[in-house]
Design a binder for this molecule. Structure first.
Ligand SMILES: C[S@@+](CC[C@H](N)C(=O)[O-])C[C@H]1O[C@@H](n2cnc3c(N)ncnc32)[C@H](O)[C@@H]1O
Length: 477
């Protein structure tokens, strides 16, 4: 079993976990409740966000979670064999909760090779596992002990999520992280074999079904506790299915194709200002290939005006976090003809001079940056800073607007400004780009309203790239 940690991998992906951690850190609830905790990855997130283990309550109905939960709590429980296939781990069943969890995980791994038609490859792997059971059991017990170290002190109950929710849903100081199964039958299939091998005091309740969502969303929609619901779809914001007060607060499309699904976080009320404004994922075709390559001093950066459809298409493709505002002017940023970033601006007041205060000039008005996204890149960790630094460079503005009457009169804007509503007290991506925080206001719901601005510098495309390469080009993933 080259990869025992496969058994411990949870479903929410890194960005979704990161957002969750930041919301918890910003809200500082008294208790975090995970009613269907699977592999406990959301409990780990809560710990990483600064919660004490004693402030975390988990539940699930599967043997898998129960085995891990009791191991984490150091609590013994009844686990017996009911099928001879389990004989191979029998001697571990009276060695305490860590060994019991490892025995369940070992058998899960063995069963993962069971197929109606077993290929030689499956048979070999299964046989190899069974031959080396003691070595693998050692490995698994170490992995379980590691989880125990991380999470010891939390509470786990093998019980129905409805009971866990009922207990905590009216607590305004609770955050509920709710991630029930998304597709009927998936967990039945996953656990079917294992439940035939072991006998334990199983809660007499079936797996949550797709048809239960309506009841769940109605119940939590009118609850006091702040709920984050994890929900994956092929595209559209699912909240209209459930109406008020649900709203999408986060979306992540892990793949780069239009076919890849979107992982949503839906909340029952807080972060109102993150509400998604557009209702449909934009349909369209890519105009440029995405930048996946390497940057060097010879790379050529260019910027272009784009139609709204092009801007929306790429914004949808890169969408990480939902902010409602729509740009009025869209730009693309390219490297050697490949798309690096997409930007939405409000230029109207700069262009028309409206809103100028006495004693200032129209050209002093900042241009509002409504959004800026950069292509997710496998290698460069700080690529988005290049998009921001380009926005703070005169060449980008010349590329896009030179030759237009208003631009030739007013010239390049002196300042750009960006306002964001986020659970974070700071936008780390701005660091080192020239953007500075102008103000930070804590909102009633614990989120922050941050205003950043920065001076646009007289700089060529080559200079911008050189500064980025020197400062950030070596920071890779
Ligand atoms: C999508 S998974 C949760 C994944 C989890 N966030 C993780 O990181 O592994 C759904 C979980 O819901 C559990 N579940 C299904 N029906 C349940 C119910 N009625 N009560 C409690 N848990 C339930 C399943 O056993 C499964 O572990």
């Amino acid at each position: 079993m080259a990869n025992p940690d496969i058994l411990f991998r949870g479903i929410p992906r890194a960005r979704t976990r990161g957002y969750t951690a930041n919301v918890i850190a910003a809200m500082r609830p008294e208790i975090v409740v995970v009613p269907c905790c699977g592999s406990f990855s959301l409990a780990v997130v809560a710990i990483e966000a600064g919660m004490q283990p004693s402030e975390i309550v988990c539940g699930d109905i599967s043997l898998y979670s129960t085995a891990l939960g009791y191991a984490i709590m150091d609590q013994d429980w009844r686990l017996e064999l009911k099928d001879e296939r389990g004989e191979t781990v029998k001697s571990y069943l009276d060695q305490g909760p860590i060994a019991k969890a490892a025995a369940v995980f070992f058998m899960l791994r063995v069963l993962q090779y069971d197929r109606k038609v077993m290929k030689a490859w499956h048979i070999d792997h299964q046989r190899e596992l069974l031959l080396n059971v003691d070595a693998y059991m050692l490995q698994l017990q170490e992995a379980v002990s590691e989880m125990r170290e991380r999470l010891h002190g939390i509470e786990y109950h093998a019980r129905d999520m409805w009971d866990t929710l009922e207990e905590h849903r009216q607590n305004p100081k609770a955050v509920l992280l709710t991630n029930p199964p998304r597709y009927d039958g998936g967990y039945d299939r996953m656990f079917a074999g294992i439940d035939a091998i072991f006998d334990w005091d199983e809660p007499e309740i079936g797996q949550f079904r797709e048809a239960d969502y309506k009841r769940l969303m109605d119940l939590l929609g009118e609850s006091e506790a702040h709920t984050m619901m994890y929900y994956a779809t092929q595209g559209e914001d699912p909240t209209p299915l459930w109406g008020e007060p649900w709203r999408a607060v986060f979306a992540d499309r892990p793949g780069n194709t239009k076919r890849s699904g979107v992982n949503w976080i839906i909340a029952n009320g807080s972060y109102k200002d993150h509400m998604i404004a557009r209702t449909a994922m934009h349909q369209g075709k890519p105009k440029y290939p995405l930048f996946m390559g390497e940057l060097s001093a010879e790379s050529v950066l260019t910027a272009h005006r784009e139609h709204k459809a092009v801007g929306d298409f790429y914004r949808d493709l890169f969408i990480h976090r939902i902010e409602g505002a729509q740009g009025e002017v869209y730009l693309s940023l390219l490297v050697d003809g490949y798309l690096l970033g997409v930007i939405g601006l409000h230029l109207q007041s700069f262009r028309s001079g409206s809103g100028v205060l006495k004693g200032t000039k129209a050209s002093d008005l900042p241009v509002k940056v409504v959004f800026a996204f950069s292509v997710p890149h496998d290698v460069y960790a700080r690529l988005h800073k290049l998009t921001l630094m380009s926005l703070l460079s005169s060449w980008l503005w010349d590329d896009c607007f030179a030759g237009q009457g208003w631009y030739d009169i007013r010239g390049c804007p002196r300042m750009i400004q960006s306002t964001m509503l986020t659970p974070y007290p700071e936008n780390k991506t701005a660091r080192g780009t020239g953007l500075k925080m102008r103000s930070r206001d804590r909102q009633d719901d614990g989120s922050f309203k941050l205003v950043y601005d920065g001076k646009v510098v007289d700089r060529t495309r080559e200079e911008t790239l050189k500064v980025w390469l020197d400062k950030f080009g070596k920071q890779t993933r």
